[in-house]
Design a protein around this ligand. Structure first.
Ligand code: ATP
Ligand code: MG
Ligand code: FE
Length: 343
């Protein structure tokens, strides 16, 4: 069985094709991605209307590219999956509209996928795929959650952020440091030249005893330091502050992940979402988990942020388990706000 997946929840248009065997690992046959980052950079963030329009421009050429890569014809596709939510309504409608139209033309069913389930299951695209059950640390631009995952579709939220997401904390701090949008990777790069001990930043809720998070106070603390540095901070001061910010975020993510593992008694951690690409986070999780004989899994670096492959993979894993809510092509609705534990 072949499943085509579309992702268009925010500022990446992603398309991917996966071969789904009855059992065994689904295989990625092709994928293509267009990031709109350069287009939104001038505005310092994503402009929803521009995002929707650009998805429209990109989605069909990317689909052709994927089919060419895979050497598969349109009518060989069995199921068409798309991100149904959460995300920007207009952006979601483009992916959903294209998926349902294509399905109608081909006489095939569609499958709406939860974007965060896509992130969560993205490590199944790696050679070293995880086994259930596991604790998942989902750290993206809009979400920071620790989850207990017993199987595909069995998601229990153990704790989450009460204000900003980890990716948001990276991006907002980076903006204060004068770095371009999205600031996470830029801040991480600047931090390589810095000394994290030069600034003392808060670790909110670190000792709450629960796997919850709060990052809004950190952003305020960074703002206070930026103001203290004045109009012309040295390159070294900026790098030191970047390093201190990254260290604060990473320390909280690592300690809370270990807490969730301890409280659940599970021995396996899966990291997913854009911040999962952060190398300090990976280093510290690797060290902490090795020390405690815990396994840790990540998506491939290029699959941490939004992409079509993770949507097609989530669809594939659901299809294999008979858990796919297939819909005949027809009307459709997107769900801009949609909790993962509600699916
Ligand atoms: P959501 O999935 O919650 O709807 P999103 O799709 O916008 O949000 P992702 O695409 O998963 O989020 O991740 C984007 C985030 O990851 C941005 O905040 C970005 O700064 C951050 N990010 C990407 N690479 C790195 C890195 N190396 N270090 C830190 N943060 C990073
Ligand atoms: Mg994005
Ligand atoms: Fe995402």
């Amino acid at each position: 069985m072949k499943v085509l997946g579309f992702e268009s929840s925010c500022d990446e248009t992603g398309v991917a094709l996966i071969e789904v065997p009855e059992r065994g690992a689904p295989k990625l046959l092709g994928q293509a991605l267009h990031s709109q980052i350069a287009m939104h950079q001038a505005y310092g963030g994503v402009v929803p209307e521009l995002a929707s329009r650009d998805h429209i421009r990109r989605v069909l050429p990317l689909t052709r590219e994927v089919l060419d890569q895979a050497g598969v014809a349109l009518n060989e596709i069995d199921v068409i999956a798309y991100t149904q939510g959460p995300g920007l309504a207009g952006a979601l409608l483009v992916g959903a509209g294209v998926a349902v139209s294509l399905a109608a033309a081909l006489g095939r069913p569609t499958l709406g996928i939860h974007h965060l389930e896509g992130h969560l299951l993205s490590p199944f695209l790696s050679a070293d795929a995880p086994e259930f059950p596991f604790v998942a640390l989902l750290v993206s631009g809009g979400h920071t959650q620790l989850m207990r995952v017993d199987e595909v579709g069995a998601y229990e939220i153990l704790g989450e952020t009460i204000d900003d997401a980890a990716g948001e904390a990276f991006d907002k701090s980076a903006k204060l440091l004068g770095l371009p949008y999205p600031g996470g990777p830029h801040l991480a790069r600047l931090a390589e030249q810095g000394d994290a001990t030069q600034f003392d930043l808060p670790r909110p809720l670190l000792h709450s005893g629960k796997p919850d998070f709060s990052f809004a106070g950190l952003k305020t603390a960074v703002l206070t330091q930026v103001k203290k540095l004045g109009d012309a901070p040295s390159e070294q001061q900026r790098a030191d502050l970047a390093a201190a910010t990254q260290a604060a975020i990473v320390e909280v993510l690592v300690k809370k992940s270990l807490l969730a593992l301890k409280q659940t008694g599970l021995k396996r951690l899966v990291v997913a979402g854009g911040v999962g690409a952060n190398s300090l986070l990976r280093q510290q999780l690797n060290t902490a988990c090795a020390k405690r004989q815990l396994r840790v899994h990540y998506p491939e670096l290029s699959l941490c942020t939004d992409n079509g492959a993770m949507i097609a993979m989530a669809a594939a894993l659901r299809l294999q388990r008979g858990m796919a809510d297939l819909q005949p092509a027809g009307g459709f609705e997107v769900r801009p706000r949609w909790a993962l534990d509600a699916i």
